[in-house]
Design a protein around this ligand. Structure first.
Ligand SMILES: [Zn+2]
Ligand SMILES: [Zn+2]
Length: 336
């Protein structure tokens, strides 16, 4: 089979490697789509993964082979994939927080080969049954909708609250949609790229500002001099971490969703004098993934609103390099 292998930092090659075989209790999935995640781009450029990793955790495909003892799945059946590995037994798993499992791991980040390959070995516990009307393309974008869903749920956001979403990449866009579903009174987004700014309006933002505009003044104008109740930080670079605290109202809440891999300079005194609270969020739970399937079954989310481009696996190394520089894409999928 063909696989895109990350040899080293910023060095990805597409090669023929042996197709995996299903061992006892395992399933082989034939990939149809794998989404390129912002975290993949971070890991690609920072070199934090072990050599020869096959990345890709936002996958959809069909069952191609069943290992000995696997029941409940048929060849050719489509499957949703929960790409986080969890034990199901630890303190956090028992409370439903499978995203915080003590033995936390994931496909495509060095623990198990991911979906930038034509076939992938998985365990049945990672798969979800998929309603007939949810397509393989929809399944490939469940990950950003689920990440955004978890972030909004963890934030405690309530009907009538107001929010600023910093950054309208795929996660920011999905947060805007969830805030609307949650009954937001005002959703403002900041985004520099015109295409993403346009998408932010389509996803439900009332106002979209350039991050270079005088955002604080505009938020004040839009809220009778109060400011927004929540700031969702979805950019994940050092500067925007402190900026989120500057932009939230007194006694408001900052939700850190963007994954910043570098040290950030912050000024705690500026948080303290506003009595700001903060919530960090990581991925989503297995149960929340099931909820997103249900939303998709009801037609609330469709892939087409989020996918801006598809590439072949042969084009993947070039696409990674292109997406690292400032770009106008929303979600890019590898199509097999
Ligand atoms: Zn992802
Ligand atoms: Zn666990």
């Amino acid at each position: 089979m063909k696989a895109a292998i990350l040899r080293d930092r910023r060095s990805m090659v597409v090669e023929e490697i042996p197709t995996p075989k299903a061992g006892p209790g395992e399933i082989i999935l034939k990939m149809k789509y794998t989404g390129i995640c912002g975290s993949d781009l971070h890991l690609y450029s920072t070199g934090l993964l072990p050599p020869d990793t096959i990345m890709g955790h936002e996958c959809s495909g069909v069952v191609a082979e069943l290992g000995e003892g696997v029941e409940g799945w048929g060849i050719g059946e489509k499957a949703g994939l929960y790409g986080a590995l969890y034990c199901g037994k630890c303190f956090w798993c028992m409370k439903g927080f499978t995203n915080l499992c003590r033995e936390m791991g994931g496909i495509g980040i060095g623990d198990m080969p991911g979906g930038y390959a034509e076939y992938m070995r998985v365990f049945p516990s990672m798969l979800l049954k998929v309603p007939e009307n949810v397509t393989l393309r929809d399944l490939a974008v469940m990950d950003p909708f689920a990440t955004a869903y978890h972030a909004v749920r963890m934030s405690g956001f309530k009907v009538g609250d107001t929010a600023l979403v910093m950054g309208a990449g795929p996660i920011g866009l999905c947060i805007i949609r969830h805030l609307r579903l949650a009954g937001a009174r005002l959703v403002v987004a900041t985004e520099r790229v015109e295409r993403r700014a346009q998408a932010a309006k389509e996803f439900g933002a009332d106002v979209v500002l350039d991050a270079g505009d005088n955002v604080l003044n505009t938020l004040s104008d839009l809220t009778n001099d109060v400011g927004v109740d929540y700031v969702f930080e979805c950019v994940g670079v050092p500067d925007t971490t402190q900026e989120a605290f500057n932009l939230v109202r007194r006694a408001g809440k900052v939700v850190l969703v963007g994954v910043c891999l570098e040290p950030a300079t912050v000024q705690p005194v500026l948080w303290i004098i506003k009595e700001v609270s903060m919530q960090t969020t990581l991925g989503f739970t297995r149960a929340e993934f099931g909820d997103i399937l249900d939303f998709m079954h009801k037609g609330v989310f469709k892939a087409d609103s989020l996918v801006s481009e598809t590439v072949s696996i042969d084009e993947l190394p070039e696409a990674f390099e292109r997406l690292l520089s400032p770009n106008t894409e929303l979600k890019v999928l590898v199509e097999f």
